[in-house]
Ligand binder design. Structure first.
Ligand code: ADP
Ligand code: ZN
Ligand code: ZN
Length: 804
């Protein structure tokens, strides 16, 4: 018997399975999806069995056996193995990367195998019993006999035993020491009689145990109860009056939170119509994708909750994805409130051990709903009835490094595997999804109203050019400053939003709002401080920073950008009494920081929440009556063809934060380009007209969804090498792709140097290119066998979420 094994060797240039022979002793136990240790070169590495077969092309003298079988029950399901193949082809990743991304990190780290008794009522065969030495868990050694392992496997399948991988680090399965008192009264009595009368404490303790035969207690509590020391307890346990057991407990990251329970609301007719369509597909086992387009606060979440309730009723499972879970504690709570202990929450703030605990609950079917960020789409459920992506337009659903998958694609793939529907929900759907819905590829469901008919907040747009003309050089317009003061006086809360993306920088005229754009590409040119130049990082066009505005000749044309810290200083200058909470990458590095800040704000401990785009999502506090956007221009002039779309989404999302409850809300947007359609349509909460206008622009410049794009990025410490290989790749692509396909660049990336490596990129834009995966695979092979040795790093991103 042979096993095909994908080995965990990072960056190994050959991405394929290797055949290993399966030793006699594992043949009954091994399954595809099991992890193994195999010899590779001169060391042992972790591998995943992807298939088993009876023949191999490897000549006998070169065959190597599997060294160790790490799982009796495979960690990867057949579904995951099939998904891996798909991911490899569609994201051009190493197969090992695809396998690893589906597992919690605990299963990739150092491990030991632990066998635990699940069902104490079943009498174990004596050979198995002997393993346990009176404990309820033992480490299982790999060298146990084949017969014994087979017996264990049967018991594991029958849920009598559990076999787990425990991580050899602090975050291993959490255990609590339990004392299990002997049940047999005669035995206790004879132990009691044999203790000398001098050992008074011991005698008293056993006396107490005779009153509580068979009882199990946490060791520390027993010590307290009997008022004895640990050494006395050890003495009487040696005599057989009790044994020590280690109980596994799940870490509960929500243990300290009190969760209320909630029951379902009666739906509005719009919600009801949406829900029935979804359930209709669900009942007919249709793998249909729905786009649920509902304005902010229209009750999308209630629709999700009730759809999930139906799925749970049938004993099926549901996956609920959110863009960034630590920003949505309120959303998470709503799921916990509705479904209680059936919900597992997976997110990046959990420790390795906590994540592993949640993963095991899912795998064992102890929970039925998973709420989590991107990677939760891989939740190892086996009977999925529904998958939901909330805020489907968010770019966090796309992973930036290998495997570069989009959670939406995985969700749809899994829905086809399980024959169940997918819901994509958003107030501001991505252009791609809305276009698919309009074409009929997705079902389109619309919630155009809020359930309690609350009005959407009034949005006023302030022209910052006028402020400058009137002598106001501060970052607060008069209107915004006044609105802040009014809220401070009334003790209402507000959110100030500074949309700044790390490295984005452009040149803006503060008198007329002009931003220098590339004549070829319709995107903003990027400012390069060192050379005082502006460059287009799509096509490579470059020029000097103009001294005067090309439109109005003003001298006030310069690099534009402000940090949250600077805003904080300005606030304290203008509003010394205001209490400010700042939420940005600096204040949220620590685990739980997001939640803490939001909680403090919710408790009214600050007047102003100041933050970057991360605060645009999910916030829902009754006392927020003002949202201020300090500069809409920063997103509007991102060097990306999605700049307008991202601006529209952000403005709509932040506007949704104000006046969600009884108090009326107001939104103030400051900008140097108030006439831009993205701002005007966001002002009126008008998605569809925005969509139509933006689609016209995309069509004119042949950007998605009218084409597909692939971003290739090249980095090297040497700038000439970077450029050389970027050109090599671009030329090779031009020769091999069809004539209708455009290869743009190469050019310096918007961030032209990062961590001492120069960055170049080129862009493939195509409508139809059936052999693209093969062509890119061929390029990848050239890269892996040759270019990589020269220190070049190349990445290929299909359908990138941003082209920065
Ligand atoms: P969305 O997810 O679309 O932003 P939510 O589901 O958060 O909207 O709903 C917004 C508010 O409306 C919430 O406070 C929610 O409890 C309430 N709500 C939703 N559906 C109903 C309903 N059918 N009847 C009454 N209130 C509702
Ligand atoms: Zn100007
Ligand atoms: Zn250009």
């Amino acid at each position: 018997m042979y096993a095909e094994v994908i080995v965990d060797v990072a960056a190994y240039p050959i991405d394929r399975a290797f055949d290993y022979s399966v030793p006699e002793s594992f043949q009954d136990l091994i399954e595809s999806g099991s992890r193994v240790k195999v010899p590779f070169g001169n060391r042992q590495v972790l591998g995943f069995v992807t298939a088993l077969k009876s023949e191999t092309d490897v000549p006998l003298e070169k065959q190597k056996p599997i060294g160790e079988l790490l799982d009796i029950e495979p960690v990867l399901t057949q579904e995951m193995l099939a998904m891996t193949k798909w991911m490899k082809r569609h994201t051009l990743c190493y197969e090992i990367d695809a396998l690893q991304v589906m597992l919690p990190s605990a299963l990739r780290a150092k491990y030991e195998k632990v066998l635990r008794i699940l069902d104490k009522s079943v009498e174990l065969p004596s050979a198995v019993q002997a393993l346990f030495h009176q404990k309820n868990h033992v480490e299982l050694k790999a060298d146990e006999s084949k017969e014994l392992l087979s017996t264990i496997k049967k018991l594991v399948k029958a849920d009598v035993l559990a076999l787990e991988t425990a991580v050899k680090q602090k975050t291993a399965v959490k255990k609590v020491r339990m004392v299990h008192i002997e049940e047999d009264m005669d035995r206790l009595k004879s132990i009691y009689d044999n203790i000398s009368n001098q050992a008074k404490k011991q005698k008293e303790a056993v006396q107490w145990m005779m009153d509580h035969p068979g009882k199990r207690m946490i060791a520390t509590e027993l010590l307290k109860q009997l008022n004895i020391s640990n050494s006395i307890l050890q003495e009487i346990m040696k005599k057989g009056a009790a044994i020590l057991e280690l109980d596994e407990v799940y870490r509960d990251p929500y243990a300290e939170r009190t969760i209320n329970t909630s029951s379902k609301l009666s739906l509005t007719s719009e919600q009801d119509a949406a829900l029935s369509e979804i359930l209709h597909s669900y009942e007919n086992h249709e793998p249909k994708t729905f786009l649920l387009h509902g304005i902010t606060g229209s009750g999308k979440t209630e629709v999700y909750l009730q759809a999930i309730e139906r799925v749970l009723h049938d004993q099926k499972e549901a996956i609920m994805l959110v863009p960034e879970i630590s920003l949505t504690p309120q959303m998470t709570n709503r799921f916990k409130e509705r479904f209680g202990a059936l919900v597992a929450v997976l997110h990046s703030g959990l420790s390795t051990g906590e994540k592993y605990d949640e993963w095991r609950k899912i795998r064992r079917g102890e929970v039925k709903v998973v709420v989590g960020a991107r990677s939760a789409v891989f939740a190892p459920f086996s009977n999925i009835g529904l998958i939901i992506l909330d805020e489907e337009h968010e770019s966090t659903y796309k992973q930036d490094d290998s495997p570069r998958y989009h959670a939406r694609d995985i969700a749809i793939w899994r829905s086809e595997y399980h024959n169940c529907p997918v819901i994509l929900g958003s107030a501001t759907p991505s252009l791609e999804s809305y276009a698919r819905a309009k074409k009929g590829n997705y079902g389109l469901l619309t919630l155009a109203n809020r359930p309690k008919e609350q009005a959407l907040p009034e949005v006023s747009v302030v022209d910052m050019r006028e402020q400058l003309k009137n002598g106001n050089r501060s970052m607060f317009s008069l209107e915004l400053a006044e609105a802040i003061q009014v809220r401070l006086d009334k003790q209402e809360q507000m959110v100030l939003f500074l949309n700044r993306r790390g490295h984005s920088s452009f040149v803006l005229c503060r008198d007329c709002g002009t931003v220098v754009e590339c004549p070829n590409c319709d995107i903003s040119m990027t400012y390069h401080r060192h050379q005082e130049k502006i460059k287009c990082h799509y096509c490579g066009e470059e020029s000097h920073v103009p001294a005067n505005c090309p439109e109005c000749q003003s001298e006030h044309i310069r690099f534009f950008g402000t940090g949250t810290q600077k805003v904080e200083e300005e606030i304290s200058k203008f509003f010394p009494a205001a209490r400010v909470l700042r939420m940005d990458v600096d204040t949220t590095r620590k685990k739980g920081a997001h939640e803490r800040i939001l909680q403090q704000f919710g408790e009214g401990k600050a007047d102003i929440l100041l933050g970057t785009q991360m605060i645009a999502k999910g916030l829902d506090f009754p006392n927020i009556t003002l949202v201020g956007v300090l500069s809409a221009d920063t997103t509007l002039h991102l060097a990306d063809f999605r700049a307008a779309e991202k601006t529209f989404q952000l403005l709509t999302q932040v506007s949704g934060r104000a006046g969600r409850h009884d108090k009326e809300g107001k939104v103030i947007v400051q900008t140097y380009t108030p006439e831009h359609y993205a701002i005007l349509f966001a002002q009126n909460h008008d998605f569809v007209p925005f969509y139509n206008q933006e689609m016209m622009n995309r069509k004119q410049f042949a950007y998605p969804p009218f084409t597909y794009v692939v971003l290739l990025q090249f980095t090297h410490e040497d700038v000439l090498m970077t450029a050389e290989y970027a050109h090599k790749a671009a030329n090779w692509l031009r020769q091999n792709l069809s004539n209708a396909t455009e290869v743009i660049g190469p050019s310096a990336s918007s961030i032209s140097r990062l961590q001492n490596r120069y960055r170049y990129q080129c862009l493939i834009k195509y409508k139809k290119e059936p052999t693209l995966p093969e062509i890119l695979q061929q390029l990848t092979r050239m890269y892996r066998t040759d270019w990589m040795k020269k220190g070049i790093l190349m990445s290929i991103d299909l359908n990138p979420s941003s082209i920065m």
